[in-house]
Design a protein around this ligand. Structure first.
Ligand SMILES: [Ca+2]
Length: 561
């Protein structure tokens, strides 16, 4: 028996029933936030009654009334009325500054004081420019943009860095309510860009803080270039939850065309919940070029089958998770996990038709996983390609349900990834668990320096849970494959027993700089030109670095030359 058997690799993560019940609670509790809180108080709690002083339409007339009657402002008033009369499609740029006043006209010279005031006034096509400074409030976007008039955009004033800070903002309405520092509740064509969003905390399991919270149904949401951090539940040992960025499709009409790009999401303590979550009826999404690190639960999660959406509309689907850097993701200090590792850097938990490509993942409990935790369901039609994954606590890439009683994985294609475990890392390369069908592992480099396994397949329930070939394996000590809970110490013995990896190789891939984690290979590497081109729809257009994926004969691993 190799060292691999010294670890408990059964990956029995999460209190499944507990988590499911909480998800359902979330699905019902969003009604609190869906109420039209047009004029919320700075502190949370029961939504404020609607007030009539700032209606969501006709705001320009309101501004006219508030002007002092100097000659200059009468002129401005006339212009404002003319703008209103000309139609609602005139795009306006509004300004917010910590020195402002919500009774001001919202101009650069006379800005508003709160972002939330701007969020009540701005309509389709408008832009809200927020000056530098710290805004201790939460923001609920009152209106939608449109395809014809454009987005409602909330952004940093050029060259400045506004901060939305939850310090002193009480959270969040009770009864399991989620509230974000930014809330987009059933709105469409909304963009949030260039904010630091931080320090929103709850000490109870009945209040769930979020950095950015999107729920209901809608389309065209863009969350760009924000820093979201220190969103925390201190009730992790008591079923508390918090959310960095949460996109929840809760209706038969999806939340669609959702883009999360260029955000840094870090130092969050989220209990049973994830750092970035898309769950329920979410379609046509893109999560790209984000940096997600130092969080105590899953980094990026595309989820389904949890009851977040209505029956038949309960899967996150048709999307791309690409170009993200995800690291330092572990649940060992999350009391919900009672000291165990179980946090994925990137997780398709019941998603379908999703591509996970060109991500850099390291120092996570689990690198990338595609499976379902819900009995009778699967993650399906997921392509995991051109990723670099190294130094994980359990495994770099895994498929199949974590227990015989949960769901599984169907048609997961894992191609052209480079996996590495250094001597100090604890994990394996690949893992196959329960209920895995029609899956493919091909053209991957797997390099193991810790005595772990290239493949850890510990059940014997499926004859062929995965088709494997054209992989390049290398171990600095004790090469090991585990197939149907039996260990093999040579590629030939493994290939013979499994009827897999007939054309795979066992050789040093000759990384350019292993200590520096540069997984390019030298020109004379056995990876060069040694893969099988499975077609553009499978191997994609580019390699990890964004260079053409196929140059001459396709290479094995994340890089092409
Ligand atoms: Ca090549």
């Amino acid at each position: 028996m190799s060292a691999v058997f010294a670890f408990d690799k059964s990956c029995s993560k999460r209190g499944i029933h507990l988590k499911e019940s909480f998800r359902k609670l979330i699905a019902f509790s969003h009604f609190e936030s869906l109420s039209p809180t047009r004029h919320p108080k700075p502190s949370c709690g029961t939504p404020a009654a609607l007030s009539n002083d700032v209606p969501s339409t006709g705001h320009k007339e309101i501004l006219v009334k508030s002007f002092p009657h100097s000659r200059l402002t009468r002129l401005a008033a006339a212009l404002a009325l003319a703008t209103t009369a000309a139609g609602a499609n005139a795009a306006t740029t509004w300004y917010v500054a910590t020195t402002g006043n919500d009774a001001s006209p919202g101009t650069l010279a006379a800005p508003w004081k709160t972002i939330n005031h701007a969020a009540q006034v701005a309509t389709a096509g408008d832009t809200v420019d927020v000056r530098a400074g710290t805004y201790k409030e939460y923001v609920t976007v009152a209106n939608s943009g449109s395809a014809s008039a454009g987005y409602i955009t909330f952004q940093n004033y050029a060259g400045e860095s506004p901060i939305v800070d939850g310090t002193g903002v009480s959270c969040c309405g009770g009864n399991g309510s989620i509230r974000g520092l930014f809330n987009i509740l059933g709105k469409s064509y909304v963009k949030v860009s260039g904010f630091e969003i931080r320090n929103f905390k709850s000490t109870t399991n009945t209040n769930e803080p979020a950095g950015i919270y999107v729920t209901g149904s809608g389309s065209y949401i863009q969350i760009l270039n924000n820093k979201v951090h220190d969103i925390v539940t201190t009730a992790e040992g008591n079923n508390g939850n918090a959310h960095g960025i949460g996109i929840y499709g809760t209706a038969a009409t999806p939340y669609s065309y959702v883009t999360l790009s260029g955000n840094e999401v870090y130092n969050n303590k989220t209990g049973w919940s994830e750092t970035i979550t898309l769950d329920g009826n979410v379609t046509n999404f893109t999560v790209t070029n984000n940096v997600v690190h130092d969080n105590d639960n899953i980094g990026i999660d595309a989820a389904g089958w949890w009851g977040m959406g209505p029956s038949g509309h309960d899967q996150t689907m048709i999307g791309t998770i690409s170009g993200n850097t995800v690291y330092n993701i572990t649940s060992v200090n999350n009391a919900a996990y009672a000291g165990s590792m179980g946090a994925d850097a990137i997780y398709c938990d019941g998603c379908t038709q999703v591509t996970i490509e060109r991500n850099l993942v390291h120092n996570a409990d689990i690198g990338i996983e595609a499976a379902s935790e819900i009995s009778g369901h699967v993650a399906s039609a997921v392509t995991i390609r051109d990723n670099l994954v190294y130094d994980t606590g359990l495994v770099d890439i895994t498929i199949g349900g974590y227990d015989s009683t949960v769901g599984g994985s169907d048609s997961i294609t894992v191609v052209n990834n480079t996996l590495y475990q250094s001597a100090s890392a604890q994990g394996n390369g690949f893992q196959v668990q329960y209920k895995a069908t029609n899956n493919v592992f091909k053209n991957n480099v797997v390099y193991i320096s810790n005595g772990g396994s290239f493949l850890y397949y510990f059940t014997s329930l499926k004859t062929t849970p995965v088709a494997m070939d054209d992989n390049l394996y290398y171990a600095t000590t004790n090469p090991s494959w585990v197939w149907k809970n039996k260990g093999y110490s040579s590629l030939s013995s493994f290939a013979s027993a499994s009827a897999q990896d007939a054309h795979s190789k066992y050789a040093d891939p000759l990384f350019l700089n292993l200590a520096g984690h540069d997984f390019h290979v030298l020109g004379n590497s056995p990876a060069v030109g040694a893969g099988t081109n499975l077609g553009a729809s499978v191997v994609g257009a580019t390699d990890f670095a964004g260079n053409p994926r196929v140059v001459g004969a396709i290479d094995i691993g994340g890089y092409e030359q």
